[in-house]
Design a protein around this ligand. Structure first.
Ligand code: PMT
Length: 389
């Protein structure tokens, strides 16, 4: 997603520096070239070796450690597409705002003419200090404000580095990588809920995380996203909350004709209770009760049968013989792609933040994606679908 982009990542001396290791990994997973520049104080919190190993580049700290004829600060500023300073201390913010260039990082910032993201992190009283606020106002940068909560110094207040995902998403947004612009992508997620009576239901262990990861990524890539979900989700795209398989079917049908791509990541119940009891069912003296279940419509199969321009993608959750069942399922359902995942494993699939999948296509092609967080898996799924268009 960030192939061919160079990110100049400035790290300053705050405790939140350790969180930046994860940001480097996210940039690298998205194929960016990451050049880390630290203030000397940053290295009190995180080691050069860690940053070098993760970024796969030398870490620059000293301004006058010149290896060739190019002044380092100018060559770094020229090469990078974006500069991200995280965490940004009150000290570095104030220096940059007033044009002080007394180390490599502040010198680069002074010479940098492309977009800059700054993610401050500091004690809440420092954050509220009017001088710091005034200095921030002087910067024509994208400022990702700190969050409130318990701070490393023991205070409760605003000053905690914002979420790493937010810095990553903003970087992608500013680099304007939007290959799905103009596409309407509909994604389903979560387990459907089939009522037995007003207090009991049949459902499954789907958390909705895979669907949300797909929706977040589609949004990052510029798509117009609709997430049809059984879970409460608050995001900056269109959310349609549903409960049962029948609700989900209506919602999918409503969105289908205008969609370019529908991805069914939801775990839809194959059966529902024939007659939902209008009142709470009473316990009886019998040791057994019988519930009659009737088949739910197969939403994926139905939309696959009527697709025109749409790309239809299903998921396949199996606890045994994954690939064998997935091959049967893609033929039976008639979708363009089927993403097979093993839901018997605890470290992937249901409720996990991770997944490991095999993508099957209608022409018999197969591609395995090794275990990774669900966002990474989602990026790779879109790469597979739209890389081939
Ligand atoms: O939500 P998470 O906790 O993040 O977990 C993710 C997941 C494991 C739920 C997800 O990755 C996944 O596998 N989703 C599909 C679950 C499922 O219902 O699989 P299935 O093999 O039973 O169904 C195959 C496909 O048909 C699915 O795309 C399903 O949405 C669709 N289906 C199923 C039944 C039905 N009546 N209508 C359907 O459209």
């Amino acid at each position: 997603m960030l192939s061919g982009k160079t990110i100049l990542l400035g790290i300053t001396g705050g405790i939140a520096s350790y969180k930046i290791c994860e940001l480097i990994r996210m940039y690298k997973r998205a194929n960016a070239d990451v050049q880390v520049v630290c203030t000397p104080n940053a290295l009190n919190f995180v080691t050069k070796l860690t940053l070098q190993t993760l970024s796969k580049n030398n870490v620059a700290v000293e301004e006058f450690d010149i290896k060739n004829y190019n002044p380092e600060h100018i060559s770094f500023a020229d090469k990078a597409d974006i500069m991200v300073i995280a965490p940004a201390t009150a000290n570095t913010i104030s220096k940059i705002a007033t044009g002080v260039a007394d180390n490599l990082l502040t010198s680069i910032a002074c010479a940098f003419t492309k977009p800059v993201i700054i993610a401050p992190a500091m004690n809440c009283n420092m954050w509220e200090n009017p001088i710091i606020q005034e200095n921030l106002r002087k910067l024509s940068y994208t400022i990702l404000e700190p969050e409130s909560g318990y701070l490393a110094c023991g205070y409760l207040g605003k000053g905690r580095l914002c979420k790493i995902d937010k810095i990553f998403d903003k970087t992608v947004e500013l680099l304007n990588y939007k290959p799905l612009t103009g596409k309407k992508i509909v994604i389903t997620s979560g387990g459907t809920i089939e009522d037995i009576d007003p207090v009991r239901y049949i459902s499954n262990y789907s958390s909705g995380k895979m669907g949300v990861a797909l929706a977040d990524v589609a949004k990052n890539l510029g798509a117009d996203v609709t997430l049809i979900t059984t879970k409460d989700v608050s995001k900056k795209y269109n959310i349609v909350k549903v409960k049962s398989a029948l609700d989900m079917k209506s919602a999918v049908e409503k969105e289908f004709c205008n969609a370019d791509c529908v991805i069914m990541a939801a775990a839809v119940a194959d059966y529902r209770v024939k007659e939902t009891a209008p009142q709470k069912m009473k316990k009886t003296d019998d040791d057994e009760i019988n519930l009659t279940l009737v088949k739910n419509p197969d939403i994926l199969k139905e939309i696959s049968a009527k697709k025109e321009k749409q790309i239809v993608v299903g998921f396949c959750a199996e606890s045994e013989n994954l690939i064998e069942h997935a091959k049967e399922k893609i033929a039976k359902k008639g979708c363009d792609y089927l993403i097979a995942n093993d839901i018997s494993r605890k470290d992937i699939g249901f409720s996990s933040d991770y997944n490991e999948v095999t993508i099957l296509d209608k022409n018999g092609g197969m591609k395995k994606l090794e275990r990774a967080d669900k966002m990474t898996i989602a990026y790779k799924i879109f790469e597979e679908i739209y890389g081939k268009e």
